[in-house]
Design a protein around this ligand. Structure first.
Ligand code: C5P
Length: 221
């Protein structure tokens, strides 16, 4: 096996959460730490790839040799990805993108009223990875699936519905892995196969996943 199986390959990743503004001081977001995406960016760079990391707001340093674009909302992430996708051979969607955003962003801070309820209308965000996978000249496209049950069923469904080349699923119901943890375990599915990557530090796991991706990518090219 080569030491640098991704040499000469341009690889883009999304990582972290997105923030969907409600007003100038509030947003809707999630607990994604960005750790898995940043570990993948670092490992891809070490395996020889030219890495472009599109990241939501996280408190992590940019891995050495990686180019980083910072975004806040899903719409900004979508724009940044689409602006650079034509150059990429591999795209890995690791970000926990908000599925919905507030339909309108209030210009001023939303004030508390006498009412005990407040209704916020949400509108669907673009599905970035599905849009990339639908491009006529699409890169090798990898998605993630965080599931709490029936992991294989939901992951395979996502793989085919979004038109992905590979999906990495984690069971977020299991303690000590996934969101915010330093460790993770993944089950990886592609149309003709699967692989189990057992619980490990995110650095080691990232290396394993990228080697799988490189194998499948080179099999095709
Ligand atoms: O459908 P679900 O959100 O579970 O799919 C997760 C996968 O889709 C992840 O790879 C995530 O980065 C990607 N995704 C995306 N854009 C969205 C929602 C999810 O790229 N708006």
């Amino acid at each position: 096996p080569q030491a640098r199986p991704l040499a000469g390959i341009k690889l883009m990743l999304t990582a972290g959460p997105t923030r969907e503004a409600l007003d100038p001081v509030r947003f809707i977001s999630n607990h994604s730490s960005g750790k898995m995406g940043f570990a993948l960016a670092a490992a891809a760079q070490e395996l020889g790839a030219e890495v472009l990391l599109v990241s939501g707001p996280v408190g992590l340093p940019t891995p050495a040799g990686v180019t980083r674009i910072e975004v806040e909302s899903a719409r900004q992430m979508h724009q940044a990805v689409m602006a650079h996708i034509a150059d990429q051979q591999i795209f890995i969607a690791c970000a926990a993108v908000a599925d919905y955003a507030p339909k309108t962003v209030a210009e001023q801070k939303i004030k508390k009223t006498a009412s005990d309820t407040l209704v916020i209308e949400l509108t669907k965000n673009p599905d970035i990875v599905a849009e990339v996978a639908a491009l006529p000249d699409k890169p090798f496209t990898v998605g993630f699936a965080a599931e709490t049950r029936d992991v294989e069923k939901y992951a395979r469904d996502k793989l085919s519905r979004k038109g992905l080349d590979m999906i990495a699923a984690n069971d977020v119901a299991k303690a000590g892995q996934g969101f915010n943890s330093d460790d993770n375990a993944l089950t990886v599915f592609w149309p003709q196969g699967r692989a189990d990557l057992p619980l490990a530090g995110k650095t080691q796991l990232a290396r394993h996943l990228l080697i799988l991706i490189a194998d499948r990518y080179h099999e095709r090219h």
